[in-house]
Design a protein around this ligand. Structure first.
Ligand SMILES: [Zn+2]
Length: 449
């Protein structure tokens, strides 16, 4: 098995149906569900490469042993700023970063200019200066404050733009664990059992109370003990008029047809994607993804020019190696908290359940099919569970919504114990129903709360 990771960039607006609309307002999700990426690729393969469609097991809905490809939800991936947009519209992004991450307040009123033939960005005020220097190869940027190098950034050339990414934050976005509480004022992670924030700022105790946060955050938040909410991609709304059979778009008098408003993710938005695929299909799947993204597209209103995406910065790695590395990390955690990172569908008999009663059963079954004998236990009594509704998606039923399924919501947590190798494998494969569609994704953190 290989793990394919990379970036999806929207080259047109994208609309991902959420099943929710308010009157004539049609909302979009702000991430790309695994089921949607699977639907796009499945449809492309069905039309263009029947053999790969059959062999890869992309069409399989139930039997994990027949699945040769697993899609994960692609969450927003946000660059810091674009080199080309400074000075200009990205000034605010750069200033925000310098204030929030490095505590440099004077930049609020600084003069921002580009010097050295555009290779240096300089910020100055009366008493201070700092510069960002792009190297000749355009591969990295160094931040110098009063001539001392204090930070480095990653450079990516995207659509002929030089985009700057932070180094430490690898851009991974996860569902925030519901057991954690963050200070309402300064976003510091509260200690276990703590009721007020003990963060010191200018020698003054913050002392605000904490609150849980449900939503997407940067994975670094846990390590840095500071909540970094994921910035949602920018959105737009377009108003469209239904076209009647007689072929004109204006509304006839007394007509029931009314204009509708499509919300969409703006062009340029980026998402980090992950796909597990069997070794023998890896190369052809990568090629097919690229073609499918451009010629077929993703989500709704594709005939109206929505949904085109590009896949790039693609890296493939051997999954077994990744699992072994993760096993070592997990084995060093004293107590392990499993956090649900996408909707998780568990059944008990014919019913789906909002609880971890059958988790162990599902985990063991998945592990057995993967050829692992490891064991995992869950401590249900301390679980924090939210509920959600998953969209069942079937390629067999004309690539469409097949059912709405009550399920466990992202951010739900349960303490787990057992074999580290088994836990690591589940972290990559997921657990429960339809793990090939991005459902049942989980991640593990050490004991934080
Ligand atoms: Zn605080």
């Amino acid at each position: 098995m290989n793990l394919i990771e990379g970036i999806i960039t929207a080259i047109t607006p994208i609309h991902i149906g959420s099943g929710k609309s308010k009157g004539t307002f049609i909302k979009t999700l702000d991430y790309l569900p695994g089921r949607t990426i699977r639907g796009m690729l499945g449809f492309y393969l069905y039309k263009n490469d029947k053999q790969l469609f059959e062999n890869s097991g992309i069409n399989e809905d139930k039997d994990i042993s027949k699945m040769g490809i697993f899609f994960k939800n692609a969450y927003p991936f946000v660059y810091l700023f674009s080199w080309n947009e400074i000075p200009g519209k990205d000034n605010i992004r750069l200033i925000d970063f310098l204030i929030q991450k490095l505590g440099i307040d004077w930049v609020k009123t600084a003069k921002i200019e580009k010097i050295d033939n555009g290779m240096t960005i300089k910020l100055t005020d009366r008493n201070n200066f700092l510069s960002l220097k792009l190297n000749n190869e355009q591969t990295d940027v160094k931040l110098e404050i009063n001539d001392v190098i204090t930070d480095k950034f990653i450079v990516k050339i995207e659509n002929s733009k030089i985009n700057i990414y932070p180094v430490v934050n690898d851009g991974t976005t996860v569902a925030s664990p519901l057991v954690l509480r963050w200070c309402k004022k300064c976003d510091t992670l509260l200690e276990k059992g703590e009721n007020e924030c003990k963060n010191l700022e200018d020698n003054i105790l913050c002392f605000q109370e904490g609150a849980k946060y449900s939503g997407l955050m940067s994975f670094d938040s846990i390590k840095e003990r500071k909540l970094k909410r994921a910035k949602p991609p920018s959105m737009q709304i377009e108003t469209k008029c239904p076209i009647t059979r007689t072929g004109h778009a204006s509304m006839p008098e007394g007509s029931d047809l009314s204009p509708y408003h499509i919300e969409s993710i703006s062009k340029g938005a980026m998402f980090k994607f992950r796909i597990l695929v069997k070794d023998e299909f890896t190369e052809s799947i990568i090629e097919s993804l690229k073609n499918a993204g451009i010629y077929y597209g993703l989500g709704g209103f594709r005939s109206r020019g929505y949904g085109s995406i590009i896949f790039d910065h693609i890296e493939k790695s051997n999954l077994e190696t990744k699992i072994k590395k993760r096993e070592t990390e997990i084995s060093m955690m004293k107590s392990k908290l499993l956090v649900v990172n996408s909707q998780l569908i568990l059944r008990k008999g014919d019913e789906t359940i909002i609880g971890f009663d059958t988790f162990k059963e599902y985990a063991s079954r998945t592990l057995r099919l993967l050829g692992s004998n490891g064991n995992i236990d869950v401590e249900q009594n301390e679980a924090k569970i939210s509920s959600s509704i998953a969209a069942g998606w079937s390629l067999k039923h004309r690539n469409s919504l097949s059912e709405l399924i009550p399920c466990i919501g992202p951010g739900s947590c349960v303490r787990v114990s057992g074999d580290s190798m088994a836990i690591a494998a589940l972290e990559f494969y997921g657990v429960g129903e339809m793990i090939n569609c991005g459902y049942g994704d989980v991640y593990i953190i050490g004991d934080m709360a």
